[in-house]
Design a protein around this ligand. Structure first.
Ligand code: ADP
Ligand code: MG
Length: 561
């Protein structure tokens, strides 16, 4: 059965927004849920994996049924986290891009109440909220649910896992009797069934795929390593996928911290997301990850909850989750919206039997993969490098004045020799690092080399120069953006970055490899969010210690692409 978005009878403005978004045909959940919500009036329990398009499945028909002329709140959407709340609100705004006069408000904790209260005072047709903050608003009389027609419980299982049961029930008790309740969940666990039983009216049940099973487009792979080689194996796996964009799951905050600091020290474009971060730090890390300035996010399960970043290539289980069911949520972070994804599991010898358990949870076979050898990593990196050479856009106009110089200096070298040297420039560090690298497979024959450490990506050659920029946290600057700004401004040889320390109003950073004079010349610098960038040199010894600022020893010289 193929179906198109035209057949649902959605308003033309909504239909146009779907086209703008590039949605060509409805996902399986949408095919079943949209017609049901457009026609029937009964409650609904829909079970589907993450990444199957549930937001549009309920969002489109609800928008269609919302009356902009009626100023009352007509729909309440509850979801487990602030990030998800923002994401759903963003999606609904996109769906309503051509619908006039609709107000959609996000209400979540960890942000000032007064701004949200003012927004509610102006009237919200649709409220998207986390349960705790919503209940707060209701108790303070700041939200009116008397005219609500639809209540959506999105990721109901996660809300219950996170301990929102009481808040949820308190909210559900305040909504009018005849309200239509829609519950979405990846799993039908006992608590979810209990909520459905208590607050819903003989709901229609729509199950997409098998209950609790993993997403169709995810392949599952595991690697057997000695416990002590876990980190070295992680690096090989990352290196063999040069365009990797993924989450590395750890079990504890400590482990998250440990893995992310080692990756950063080794020059990877990685950062950590865990419960010890302030809201501002969390936003910064998530923002960098979402915009792909950050390639690898090292996170605990709790911190990664509700994070909707699409197109992840990998979900890596650095250590296994405490409960097997959690694995579905981890691997569901990749393979979203029908795109292929890889879920990687690192195991030591004692954990091998756990693969069978995971296979039963996701109902799929796991492939045993060998940790790539140094040579395989080098081959993959070389391939990626050559691919970049093939695809780079040459700015003919800008490079023209330099062609003479290039030819003059390199004229005595034959073309194949030039090619080899250009490739070596980038590639030598991999060849050097992986020279004589040991076999890391736990089942392998060669004894693992305990001294396998050191940087796979180039450590900055030459001396670092210190700089101060007149932009900081307040301007929303992130390390990734700084690296991009500097390297775009310098045009010539790229800078390699040492420490980056973002303070409130300014940022210290260390860099080497490029021409510092260009950075110090205000004329070559761009504006950033309306503020003219200015850089001056500074002496690292004189920097006042700032215990509260975040330090990032990243050395990657280019953001993820
Ligand atoms: P879920 O809530 O089921 O986890 P989402 O609603 O967040 O999934 O959708 C996952 C991703 O798929 C989003 O990036 C969304 O824009 C995209 N998406 C949803 N429906 C479609 C569609 N019909 N065609 C293409 N992409 C879609
Ligand atoms: Mg969702």
């Amino acid at each position: 059965m193929t179906m198109s978005f035209d057949e649902f009878g959605l308003a033309p403005g909504i239909r146009r927004a779907i086209t703008d978004l590039g949605f060509e045909k409805p996902t399986p959940v949408q095919m079943r849920v949209i017609p049901f919500l457009m026609t029937a009036d009964r409650d609904l329990v829909a079970l589907a994996q993450t990444g199957t398009g549930k937001t549009a499945a309920y969002g489109l028909p609800i928008l269609h049924r919302t009356d902009p002329a009626n100023r009352a709140t007509q729909t309440l959407i509850l979801c487990p986290t602030r990030e998800l709340c923002v994401q759903i609100t963003r999606d609904l705004h996109a769906f309503a891009a051509h619908t006039k006069g609709l107000s959609i408000q996000a209400i979540y904790g960890g942000a000032p109440m007064d701004t949200q209260m003012r927004a509610l005072e102006k009237g919200a047709h649709i409220i998207v909220a986390t349960p705790g903050r919503m209940l707060d608003m209701l108790r303070r009389g700041r939200a009116q649910l008397a005219k609500v027609q639809h209540v959506v419980l999105d990721e109901a299982d996660e809300m219950l896992n996170m301990g929102f049961q009481e808040d949820l029930e308190a909210i559900l008790k305040t909504v009018p009797k005849g309200v239509r309740t829609l519950l979405f969940s990846a799993t039908m666990q006992r608590q979810v069934a209990a909520i459905a039983g208590r607050y819903m009216n003989t709901p229609e049940e729509i199950t997409i795929g098998e209950r609790n099973s993993g997403s169709e487009t995810v392949t599952h792979e595991y690697y057997m390593v000695h416990a002590r080689d876990r980190y070295a194996a992680l690096k090989r796996i990352i290196d063999v996928y040069p365009t990797i964009y993924g989450i590395i799951f750890c079990r504890t905050r400590l482990e998250t911290h440990d893995v992310s600091s080692r990756l950063m020290a080794d020059g990877y474009n990685a950062d950590a997301l865990h419960g010890d971060l302030s809201q501002a730090q969390r936003d910064r890390v998530l923002g960098a990850f979402r915009t792909r300035h950050l390639q690898l996010l090292v996170a605990t399960d709790v911190a990664a909850r509700g994070l909707d970043v699409t197109d992840l290539t990998h979900a890596i289980n650095f250590s296994l989750p405490a409960e097997a069911a959690q694995y579905t949520h981890r691997s569901g972070r990749t393979g979203r919206a029908g795109k292929p994804g890889i879920s990687v599991v690192l195991l030591n010898m004692r954990e091998e039997h756990k693969i069978g358990i995971l296979e039963r949870v996701v109902k799929k076979r796991f492939a045993h993969k060998r940790v790539p050898s140094g040579r395989e990593v080098c081959a993959a990196q070389l391939h990626a490098l050559l691919e970049r050479v093939r695809q780079v856009t040459v700015d003919e106009a800008e490079i023209a004045p330099y062609i003479g110089q290039i030819e003059a200096i390199l004229s005595d070298l034959p073309a194949p020799e030039v090619l080899k040297r250009f490739v070596s420039l980038e590639f030598n560090r991999f060849l050097a690092y992986y020279k004589d690298s040991p076999d890391l497979n736990a089942s392998g024959n060669s004894p693992p080399d305990r001294k396998a450490k050191g940087p796979p990506r180039e450590r900055a050659a030459g001396e670092m120069t210190g700089f101060i920029v007149n932009l900081g946290d307040r301007n929303g600057l992130t390390p990734g953006e700084l690296i991009g700004l500097v390297n775009r401004a310098s045009r010539g040889p790229v800078f390699q970055f040492g420490r980056i320390q973002i303070d409130r109003d300014r940022t210290y950073f260390e860099a080497s490899g490029g021409d510092p004079r260009i950075l110090l010349d205000a004329r070559s610098l761009p504006s950033y969010k309306g503020r003219k960038m200015e850089i001056r040199a500074f002496d690292p010894e004189q920097r006042p210690p700032r215990p509260n600022s975040r330090q990032s020893p990243r050395r990657d010289k280019r953001p993820a692409q």
